[in-house]
Ligand binder design. Structure first.
Ligand code: MLT
Ligand code: MN
Ligand code: ZN
Length: 297
């Protein structure tokens, strides 16, 4: 059995974002479309022990909202480990909420562990209780009984807070990774941040049973045209859904069993159930991820 539970389907900021008065954020505040917490996925093979993929700033509320992740005794957690795919704030800040002297394994590449080690705040998550397990790229490691994870490089950039004067947005190295999960012969991919689908990435995903993929923006310039930001998706290290170089086109003919968008920015029109963009994504075989959604492979 493999089960994934979407803890948070939104990109950094969530839906609604605290300082955003865009249409989607206002609809979510009014309860007219579902609100969403920040990017995180929980996975299990037995429904008992879980690994959390990315620790979002909303993790406290996410754990409270999902009974499978509650303690079963006086001091306890079903969470055996946390795996980080990059060092972005929306994927690591939740570690600070897990600082209560509870043992679990913390998996990431050596480079991401280096970013955490450089930040004194992260020492609050005591390395004596929470061992830092460095995962080499392209090397399968056991995460849970019957579940292995292989991290691989996807095009991306360093975290926003480490950007210098110039930023390379299609770096391929240890700073932005995807996860290949293997359970009982099933191949599941989790790629919440990705700047482009290279031929190599497309070949990796061919024939997968399930892919959770970066759904940050619908259009590369949507934050600019909405007056929210000066940044394109490309500049943020995120491929868009639409267009000839978008993820819908890139993953269309790869024979993937189930395609699920995660890490949606609050500007993305697919967050509105009645939007034509959502119908377009769904008719191309995509599911728009939502908090609390459970998917079994
Ligand atoms: C991203 O996905 O681009 C980052 O989470 C942005 C951020 O750190 O706010
Ligand atoms: Mn993010
Ligand atoms: Zn907004």
């Amino acid at each position: 059995m493999f089960k994934a539970l979407i803890l948070g389907a939104a990109a950094g900021g969530g839906l609604p974002q605290w300082n955003c008065g865009c249409e989607n954020c206002n609809l979510a505040r009014d309860g007219k479309i579902p609100a969403s917490t920040q990017s995180s996925l929980a996975v299990t093979t037995d429904g008992v022990s879980w690994v959390i993929l990315n620790a979002s700033p909303d993790i406290r509320a996410q754990l409270a909202a999902n009974p499978a992740l509650h303690p079963r005794s006086l001091r306890d957690t079903p969470i055996a480990g946390v795996l980080l795919t990059n060092g972005d704030i929306d994927h690591v800040a939740g570690l600070l909420s897990l600082r209560e002297q509870q043992p679990f394994a913390l998996y990431a590449t050596g480079e991401i562990h280096g970013v955490l080690a450089d930040n004194p705040l992260m020492q609050a998550v005591d390395p004596a209780r929470v061992p830092r397990v460095a995962i080499a790229l392209n090397q399968p490691v056991p995460l849970l009984p019957g579940l292995t994870a292989t991290l691989f490089a996807v095009p991306g950039k360093v975290p926003l807070y480490l950007e210098g004067e110039t930023v390379q947005t299609d770096l391929e190295g240890e700073q932005t990774t995807g996860v290949h999960l293997q359970a009982e012969g099933r191949n599941i991919f989790y790629i919440p941040g990705c700047a482009a689908v290279t031929d190599r990435l497309a070949e990796r995903l061919r024939g997968a049973d399930m892919v959770f993929f970066d759904g940050t923006l619908w259009r590369d310039d949507e934050m600019i045209t909405m007056g929210l930001s000066q940044k394109t998706g490309r500049r943020m290290g995120h491929i868009s859904m639409s267009g000839s170089d978008g993820s819908i086109a890139a993953l269309r003919d790869l024979g993937i069993g189930r395609k699920i968008y995660v890490h949606m920015n609050n500007s993305n029109p697919v967050l509105r159930p009645d939007a034509s963009e959502r119908a377009e994504a769904e008719s191309a075989g995509w599911t728009i991820g939502q908090d609390g959604m459970e998917i079994t492979a």
